[in-house]
Write a protein that binds this ligand. Structure first.
Ligand code: ARG
Length: 592
């Protein structure tokens, strides 16, 4: 029998296949595999009950028949996985210590993990759209989540075999450029110096311009005229726009570097400006779009909010009254490009929760449009997230009510981490303390964002996220560093000294091994639901199991086989924690 990376998944597949050849099973069988209560085993298949009910059969008899076929098939070695039937017809699976030993031997390093996990997303072309910020704005705390969550999901999917394209769909085209260009021209501002100061100036100019266009209709007309000039390729406005985008991209790049975000392509909204006409034509020809008050709109009849009879009615406007394209038309063109150019099997969009309606309308429209044109729609997924709250429970702001700059926030986290690291290791060189502080500070901010279900809001508290106990990055990083120090103390390189390990023996060893087997389960669940917090929870529990093991069983004992076995468990725990942290975008440290 093969030593599966994720036994829960393989047992599920095996049970489905077995049911298909077992008398008494009609139609597809869903095993409903879940973790079992520890006294029953590792996994439990509960699906027999629903299946028996549907077939009006005795569940216990059905379970018995299924297990008999399974055993006769020879596909399950009972020295590795024990099976039994409990209660009315639950099937329990228990991984034997022999399985655990074999698993630990087989999945010994990051590349073994990766090859085990590669089946989860193998062969899928995935386009992930993040962080996709709007141009001409400084990055503030609101830009943290798309970067952190987008990057974690990208790494997860890539690790699990996806053929991934990170597409940074920046908002570099739209009405605001008319206002901004007008304000730049009126103020006589020379936009030739790049850098942060320029971006600050642009933000101020935009605010001035937008106040002006609100109070003065002539200015509004002038801004529209500037926009039309830009849209029709006027050289002066085009040059100005290019400089605005360049200034803005340079500032974003600094944040990408800090947070390890590396887009493969940056195809912003402007890239699609000549690709929207085709969308209008196709949607109209398919009878999906119609004129309404001068705009081109798509209704979704029968939908509670998007149909023409909904109150208030909320059409999907794909072309504005003034004939211009918008967010919707651009996204439709973007989707088509991702299909035709990248051959996407799946498109993932990472944005905040306020865009849920937009994406629902986009996905509904795309489905009808693709059906009408005989195209195959990729899987479309909106990965949305909640808001970061200040300690007052409201969207995080500075004391003066401005948005908190991302750079300042990350700097503050790093400074505080430096203070903590300096108290813990007053004697280590300052440069080393800063290096640790950067990992700990930024890692802590990242982890705090990822460890909760992304659709929830969360409160940003530097003291909590920097704590060395609890579900935090410092806690996990420290666990890894502590394991490395065990090897150092024994005079060994990491992972050495594990030859000749005897089979697992103590309760704490077995408990730690079982926790390690949760890693693939968490990985797969995080991928399936695109929710990295499943991985965080697993890492946190794994660090807890490691710590219990470490308290119960001394590692560096004299008995060579026991010492080797415990060193092996240490190495496996550190490997799983390190792989997990890297997937979350946090580079583990060997010393802290
Ligand atoms: N630029 C948008 C914003 O800042 C996010 C774009 C997300 N991607 C997309 N294809 N709509 O809100």
């Amino acid at each position: 029998m093969e030593i599966w990376f994720n036994p829960a998944r393989e047992l599920d597949t095996l049970l489905r296949a077995t049911a298909a050849v077992t008398p008494g099973f009609t139609g597809p069988f869903n095993p409903e595999m879940r973790p079992a209560e520890p006294r029953y085993g590792d996994f439990q298949a509960n699906g027999i009950l629903a299946c028996a009910k549907a077939a009006k059969a005795n569940p216990r008899a059905l379970a018995t028949a299924l297990v008999a076929t399974l055993k006769a098939s020879g596909k399950l070695d009972d020295a590795l996985v024990a099976v039994d039937i409990a209660g009315p017809g639950f099937i329990n699976f228990k991984l034997t210590p022999r399985f655990l030993d074999a698993w630990l031997a087989r999945y010994a390093d990051a590349s073994a993990f990766q090859s085990g996990a590669s089946a989860f997303y193998a062969g899928k072309k995935v386009i992930i759209d993040y962080p996709s910020a709007n141009t001409a704005k400084q990055m503030h705390v609101g830009h943290l989540r798309p970067m952190v969550i987008g990057e974690a999901i990208a790494r997860l999917l890539q690790f699990c075999g996806a053929d991934l394209v990170r597409d940074n769909h920046i908002g570099d085209w739209g009405t605001n450029f008319g206002v901004l260009i007008l304000a730049i021209k009126r103020s006589g501002y020379a936009l030739d110096n790049a850098g942060e100061a320029a971006l600050e100036d642009l933000e101020r100019l935009y605010k001035e311009g937008s106040a002006l266009t609100k109070s003065d209709p002539a200015a509004l007309d002038a801004a529209r005229a500037e926009l039309i000039k830009l849209q029709t390729g006027d050289p002066e406005n085009t040059a100005l726009w290019q400089r605005i985008v360049a200034v803005s991209n340079a500032a974003c790049q600094e944040m990408y570097d800090l947070l390890g975000v590396k887009p493969d392509v940056t195809l912003g909204e402007s890239f699609y400006r000549d690709k929207v006409a085709r969308i209008y034509a196709e949607l109209t020809a398919a009878g999906l779009a119609e004129e309404s008050e001068g705009a081109l709109v798509v209704w979704h009849d029968g939908h509670p909010r998007f149909s023409r009879t909904s109150e208030p009615s909320q059409p999907f406007i794909v072309r504005k009254k003034d004939g211009g394209s918008n967010y919707a038309s651009t996204d439709l063109a973007t989707l088509l490009y991702r299909v035709e150019h990248f051959h996407a099997d799946e498109c993932i969009y990472v944005t905040d929760g306020r865009q849920q309606d937009h994406f629902q309308q986009l996905f509904l429209t795309a489905q009808k449009w693709f059906d009408a044109t005989g195209r195959k729609l990729p899987a479309l997924r909106h990965v949305w997230f909640g808001t970061i709250l200040g300690e007052d429970g409201r969207a995080m702001k500075t004391k003066s009510g401005d948005s908190v700059r991302l750079k300042a926030l990350l700097q503050k986290a790093t400074d505080e981490a430096f203070a903590i690291v300096s108290t813990k290791n007053p004697d280590s060189p300052e440069a080393e303390r800063w290096q640790i502080a950067r990992t700990v500070g930024i890692g802590a901010v990242r982890y705090a964002d990822l460890c909760q279900n992304r659709t929830l809001d969360y409160t940003f508290s530097l003291s909590k996220l920097l704590a060395f106990d609890g579900n935090t990055a410092p806690y996990l990083l420290y666990a890894v560093a502590r394991i490395h120090s065990i090897f150092r103390k024994a005079g060994l390189a990491f992972g050495e000294g594990t030859q000749g390990a005897s089979p697992l023996e103590t309760d704490a060893e077995i408990a730690l091994a079982r926790k390690l087997l949760d890693f693939p389960v968490a990985l797969e669940q995080a991928c399936a639901e695109l929710r990295p917090h499943f991985l965080c929870t697993c890492l946190f529990e794994l660090a807890g199991a490691y710590s219990s093991f470490n308290n119960a069983d001394k590692v560096l004992v004299d008995e060579p086989a026991v010492r080797a076995r415990r060193l092996m468990l240490c190495a496996r725990a550190a490997t799983a924690l390190s792989v997990g942290l890297r997937l979350l975008g946090i580079e583990p440290l060997e010393r802290m």
